[in-house]
Write a protein that binds this ligand. Structure first.
Ligand code: PMP
Length: 364
């Protein structure tokens, strides 16, 4: 019997899990708030993805393809990757979970960085492993700190590139320097959820092609505007993908999810237009905020991290934004209490953000 009730104690680590905090999506008193809290594509998904999902609804009595054959083929064709080295998950979150389940357990360490994405810690604890956090330098992954943090017990090293919530980015040379130091009994996971927003970046695919102990994770939740559909994928050595597949439920992706993702990836005009607008808007917003004396690291993603003098100022800015119907993300759980993460919205949303910040600075 458990001290908590008449049921058994959970396995070690589980009660240490702090629940994932998603971005707010509603604001009292605002019918249509500007939601810039979850790094979603402000234009939504491609209309073709929406149509494909609607059409697939007619087949909902059928089980989906357990092998995700068409989707893996489409991903492989777009990125020049072998579909046999791809696994699809319920968001990249599920791929992160597969990796922890397969490669870490009690007594093992899972390493990530100071402001790293919350799921790395959650999944490490889920499997009974020890989460290990290493410092960043000026809101950027510090390769030397990561290297120094690797021990004989380290099984997984998670690096988000671009990183969330900072938006900062490591070059291919920096990623390669880190990959060079990863021992053979350890995996380096390049979480490339925001890769599409970076011009000329392959998300770490070439490293994962060349090295058996490097894996890349990707998602349809950001650029493709399908966060609600839950589709992500991972790419790595064929044998490694086969290991992860043993942990995957046969029907983890629904018929609708497969249809939507296949149609979304086929509509590259829509995707590339979203990238173009995002990157131009991101630069405008970054400049505008810097002109107001707010610190903003160079972001390569679809959001920026604004940093204020202190937590109280960030809280006041957050409240002021809310009063204007704008929802951003306070990354307190990411150890940035003086920051606000702002997803790049549609151009008119960003005009509202800048106007609100100007007013906040003027009325403070
Ligand atoms: N990695 C990073 C860095 C993220 O920001 C997110 C989404 N917040 C994910 C992974 C997971 O995304 P999804 O499960 O929707 O693919």
């Amino acid at each position: 019997m458990s001290a908590r009730g008449t049921y058994p104690d959970p396995k070690a680590g589980i009660m240490q899990i702090a629940l994932y905090q998603g971005g707010l999506s509603a604001l009292q008193g605002h019918q249509n708030p500007i939601k810039l809290s979850s790094n979603e594509n402000p234009f939504g998904p491609s209309p073709k993805a929406r149509a494909a999902i609607e059409a697939a609804a007619a087949d909902m009595h059928r089980y989906p393809d357990t092998g995700h054959t068409a989707l893996r083929a489409a991903i492989g064709a777009l990125h020049g990757l072998d579909p046999d080295r791809i696994i699809c998950g319920v968001g990249s979150d599920e791929v992160i979970q597969f990796l922890c389940h397969a490669f870490a357990g009690q007594g093992d360490e899972v390493l990530f960085t100071e402001h790293g994405f919350a799921m790395y810690r959650i999944c490490a604890l889920m499997v009974g492993a020890t989460p290990v956090e290493v410092p960043e330098a000026d809101f950027r992954v510090d390769i030397d700190a990561v290297i120094a943090g690797i021990t004989p017990r380290t099984r997984l090293v998670f690096i988000a590139n671009p990183a969330n919530p900072t938006g900062t980015f490591l070059s291919h040379e920096e990623l390669t320097r880190l990959a060079d130091t990863i021992p053979p009994n350890c995996l380096m996971v390049i979480d490339a959820a925001y890769a599409e927003f970076v011009d000329g970046y392959d998300g770490g695919a070439s490293l994962a092609t060349e090295r058996d102990n490097v894996v890349m994770t990707r998602t349809f939740s950001k650029l493709y505007g399908l966060g609600g559909l839950r589709v992500g994928w991972g790419y790595g050595a064929k044998g490694l993908i086969e290991i992860l597949t043993r942990l995957r439920q046969p029907f983890n992706l629904s018929t609708l999810a497969l249809a939507g993702a296949e149609a979304a990836i086929a509509d590259q005009d829509f995707a590339q237009n979203s990238v173009r607008i995002n990157n131009a808007e991101r630069d405008t917003l970054t400049r505008g905020l810097r002109d107001l004396g707010i610190k903003v690291s160079d972001s390569e993603a679809n959001f920026i991290l604004a940093r204020f003098e202190d937590e109280a100022t960030a809280d006041a800015a957050d409240a002021f934004f809310k009063s204007r119907g704008i929802i951003v993300r306070a990354p307190k759980s990411y150890k940035i209490p003086h920051g606000l993460r702002i997803t790049i919205g549609q151009p008119e949303d960003n005009v509202h953000v800048l106007a609100a910040m100007r007013a906040f600075r003027g009325t403070k």
